[in-house]
Design a protein around this ligand. Structure first.
Ligand SMILES: C[S@@+](CC[C@H](N)C(=O)[O-])C[C@H]1O[C@@H](n2cnc3c(N)ncnc32)[C@H](O)[C@@H]1O
Length: 269
């Protein structure tokens, strides 16, 4: 079984050379080859694999299939026996992916357009996210159980200009709606800054909720603070959950005692 780090070195899979889309197809194919969704990525992945061999003038070309499965020697590998699937939109460096994997989730698609975040994500998970969601061919997004999206918050944040839907970043949520409309995942899991609650006299949030309801979801929402969940930071975020038939009950979430920053700092040697 070949290690991901070995394959990466051998094929010079380096995101620095700007080949993000090919690498996204290729790594998504490697990650998903046994869960039934690989066909979305297969053709481009195999074409890319051939091209690498030609470019690197490698002599023997083992079939890509012959290299699978890969041994994922990355900090956060996918669970061995996944229990559900999810997609990771506006993936950043993977704040959604880590806990979803810990809960038994298999990520079948990721998208993030910031170069540095893409590199960190690849380092963390062995997968290069697809880029700009506005340019995405949504046909490649596979069916999934849970859609996760921490969509950009600057248009709604007090520290931003609060232009909301007038800011092009504010309309990115409509690309998320397009994916929801098509795949009808069982659960929608959205996250944003607390101020989204009050933005544009509460109309922005109402519009988002209304869209989800029109697509057949029962919506629940609550502002949660990271400091109630074992993190030494007052970080308030609105969590919006859409479920196909049940209202999500936030009162059942287990909270932890507030930690202090000191508990997280390295001790002086
Ligand atoms: C609020 S952050 C999400 C952070 C993420 N939840 C994490 O754990 O790191 C929003 C992310 O959306 C990305 N983004 C903004 N516009 C995008 C677009 N058009 N396509 C893809 N990603 C985009 C930004 O680069 C940023 O990383």
């Amino acid at each position: 079984m070949i290690k991901y780090s070995t394959l990466k070195e051998k094929l010079k899979l380096e995101i620095l050379n700007g080949n993000v889309e090919d690498l996204a197809y290729f790594t998504h194919y490697l990650q998903n080859h046994k869960n039934g969704v690989a066909h979305s990525y297969e053709k481009r992945a195999k074409d890319y694999y051939k091209t690498i061999f030609e470019d690197l003038s490698l002599t023997s070309e083992p079939e890509l299939q012959a290299m699978l499965p890969i041994k994922w020697d990355v900090p956060f590998p996918a669970p061995e026996k996944p229990e559900f699937t999810f997609i990771d939109l506006f993936a950043g460096i993977g704040g959604f992916r880590i806990p979803m994997q810990e809960l038994g989730g298999n990520c079948v698609f990721s998208s993030e357009f910031n170069y540095h975040a893409q590199r960190a994500y690849e380092f963390n998970f062995g997968e290069v996210p697809f880029g700009d969601i506005t340019k995405l061919n949504t046909n490649i997004v596979p069916k999934h159980d849970i859609l996760c999206a921490g969509f950009p918050c600057q248009p709604f944040s007090i520290s931003g200009k609060m232009k909301g839907f007038e800011d092009t970043r504010g309309t990115l949520i409509y690309h998320v709606f397009e994916i929801i409309e098509k795949h009808q995942p069982k659960v929608i899991f959205l996250e944003n800054v607390k101020h989204l609650v009050y933005h544009n006299k509460k109309r922005t949030l109402a519009t988002i909720v209304q869209h989800l309801e029109e697509m057949g979801y029962v919506v629940s929402k609550k502002v949660l603070n990271a400091s109630d969940f074992g993190i030494p930071q007052n970080r308030e975020r609105i969590i919006i959950i859409g479920h196909k038939n049940t209202k999500f009950d936030f009162s059942k979430i287990e909270q932890k005692t507030k930690p202090t920053l000191k508990e997280f700092l390295d001790k002086k040697k």
